[in-house]
Design a protein around this ligand. Sequence first.
Ligand code: BTN
Length: 248
Amino acid sequence: MGFNVICLEETDSTNLQASALLSQSAIREPTVLVAAYQTGGRGQGQNSWISDRKENLLCSFVVFPEDMKAQDQFRLSVLTSLAVHDLVKAYSPEPAIKWPNDILVNDAKIAGILIENRLLQDRIVSSVIGIGLNVNQTQFPDFKVPATSLSAISKNRLDTGKVLKKLCQTLQNRFNFLTGKQYHAAEKSYLAVLYGIGILKWYRSEDKTFKARISGIDEYGRLMLVTESGETLVKGFKEIEYLWDYHL
Ligand code: BTN
């Protein structure tokens, strides 16, 4: 694939900029927008993404999946999570993917992903894949899920440009699974590193707190769990909360 690179010193959000360029038909090839600082970085749902200037990787990849059904959009999440996981693994022994697409190291968040797709009828024509990867920052605000960075783990400052180059490679490798129709192998790799899979942990959903084991994801990318009492649950994004402070 190969990506054109657009570097920005400061912007509101690389996802918003990528989207604006797509609307003007100013991007027609795989491209990555990278910013040293975002004034309005966006996270999943209503969350924002906060990052110190020049310390971390803030980027949005624009890709044009071939013949991808809207109902299969979770595949982009799986492949992107794996690509970021591959990259983090080069610096840290055991990263995990927290459903749907956070990357964790030792229970702390090192990267977040925000994917925004454009649809034409039932097909995805383009996708903006926003990735925030903590690289050199070591002090973080008091987030609900604690944060970490590549530098905090490896005890070395890293060149964010080199990290971006590696990310382009891992993303390209993983996206070959999409064109090679080997997506199911990728799904297997995703489940193998899924945070909490098969482990009894605390969750909250519909105002109830309970212990359950993640058993997998369904064809739409929803999380499947089996509660302590044997009930099977299927939960979409925002329908379930991981309870970090509980200990079994
Ligand atoms: C999350 O974990 O909530 C997703 C965070 C995604 C953050 C990245 S930073 C680059 C890109 N631009 C944005 O505004 N958001 C994504």
